[in-house]
Write a protein that binds this ligand. Structure first.
Ligand code: SAM
Length: 228
């Protein structure tokens, strides 16, 4: 795969330093993956295409200039660490419930020399920064009706919740309509893109138009067992 050609196709500017940061990320991810479970994808081609490029597609859904972004359950850093490399002025906050992944990210952020990254070990639904972020995103964390309650309460008025999903999203999208509306968002757009041959991924963008009622988010037990 020609990573630079793909960056050009996405209209993402890059420098030699940013390409070097990707390489440092790839090396550290695959090295640490031997001692902890970070990713099922290990070949250079897979990591660059299905983690790095996939993450960068979020830039098609919203302007990232001077924005604050919350990434829920970023795991090994996807999508937000990759976005931070190419959009350095983006302020990112990551919350992940697994301490060892946050530890990995702390070391990664130092290795990459990134500034403006806040790493929180905890559960999204327990975050205190209500209606605080311009953008809230998550990739591969939960089904949309559950993910909405973990995410939308933290989007500021006028901001967006962007769910990164694989294809065949229609049932899941439909199932989440009530949750999204209750939490104060309206559906704005859906962007499909081909990430690999015959493999389509989808971005769902929801705009915050009303305050989230103070009842939400509930505890994870309630969210899971009685989803909106
Ligand atoms: N977003 C990454 C990606 O696409 O590669 C990681 C996905 S991984 C399957 C899901 C991550 O979400 C895990 O690191 C897990 O610890 C985290 N997670 C799940 N539920 C969470 C919650 N309620 N709050 C914070 N993190 C959560």
């Amino acid at each position: 795969m020609d990573f630079q050609a793909s960056l050009n196709a996405l209209n993402i500017a890059y420098s030699a330093r940013q390409l070097e940061q990707c390489e440092i990320y790839f090396q550290y991810l695959t090295e640490q993956n031997q001692v902890m479970n970070l990713t099922a994808l290990t070949s250079r081609d897979e990591v660059y295409r299905l983690h790095f490029l996939d993450s960068l597609h979020l830039a098609q859904a919203a302007s990232l200039k001077q924005q604050t972004l919350l990434d829920i359950g970023a795991g090994a850093g996807f999508p937000s660490i990759v976005l931070k490399i190419f959009f350095p002025e983006l302020q990112i906050t990551i919350v992940d419930s697994l301490q060892k992944r946050i530890k990995f990210l702390e070391e990664l952020v130092a290795k990459l020399g990134l500034h403006g990254v806040t790493l929180i070990h905890g559960r999204a639904e327990e975050l205190k920064q209500r209606e605080h972020f311009d953008l809230v995103t998550a990739r591969a964390v939960a089904r949309l009706h559950i993910l909405s309650e973990l995410s939308i309460p933290f989007v500021k008025m006028g901001g967006a919740f962007i769910a990164m999903k694989s294809s065949k999203i229609e049932d899941e999208k439909e199932e989440a309509n009530h949750a999204v509306e209750t939490l104060g968002c309206v559906f704005e757009k859906k962007i499909d893109y081909e990430i690999d041959q015959d493999r389509i991924h989808t971005l769902l963008v929801y705009r915050k138009t009303k305050h989230t009622p103070s009842l939400y988010p509930r505890t994870f037990g309630q969210i899971k067992h009685r989803p909106l």
